[in-house]
Design a protein around this ligand. Sequence first.
Ligand code: G3P
Ligand code: CA
Length: 297
Amino acid sequence: MNTLMKNVCLSAAIMGIGAAAVSPASAQSGHPSMNDNKILNIAHRGGSGYAPEHTLPSYQLGDEMGGDYIELDLQMTKDGELIAMHDETLDRTTNGTGLVKDYTLDQIKELDAGSWFNEMYPEKAKSEYNGLQVQTLEEVIQHFGKNKHYYIETKSPEVYPGMEEKLLKILKDYHLTRQNGPSSKVIIQSFSEASLQKVHEMNEDIPLVQLIDYKNKATITDEELDHYEEYAVGLGMSFKKIDEEYVDKVREHDLLIHPYTVLEKEDMKRLIEWGVTGMFTNYPDRLEEVLKEMKKK
Ligand code: G3P
Ligand code: CA
């Protein structure tokens, strides 16, 4: 796409209007949940720059600060419950130790998932963060309701057989995956293609985002993009590994591009100018500000 066309699409995307009418790349996928006219603000582990990640206060802040999606990482307990946690181990974000898969939900519910944040970030500490509980996926959905949007990652699916089936059952029970209108409230993401393919086989209507872990500067071929298009609506990768050429290439293939994890406003602005369709951030308020500032120009 030439620079003039890109600027027209960028203005439309920031304003949330009519980009699909002017951008061939944005007439993609047919997924009604994918508002391709808007740059998605994805609250990474919630508003996790301000509160302990994957706790209710973090998700609440992410939502209040303008997050379009609450981002959730999933692990599975010994008794098969899906919980919101980034690491396979309890050590970093609770006062427990060891692998999540070795503990029942009742045992994990005994843990403190907030005090670590107060100790690590005294300048952001709040007394109400002490003693926060780990949340199950169902609890998060019950708390925030089926009108919110959830961007859910299957973490370490090879460690948790049956994880995808359990996830889809919960989404079905809470009517989060219907095809019509704005009712598809969920995007499922994973670094594991096998996990996404499994979900796709069970329900081909759920929008999927393939995460890619680039060790060096990101490059991608037309063949790889053709392959991703077969089952995914978009790609996610570290914003530090991509450049404008990479973004152009992904967009030319009708795929969304959601880089992670963008913390600084200058990086947000540059990525938006390159044409990304959203991004993961621990600071959804900063992204909201950037979008507003760019709209004013
Ligand atoms: O899901 C996008 C991004 O969150 C992937 O990295 O390690 O934060 O889950 P991570
Ligand atoms: Ca994640």
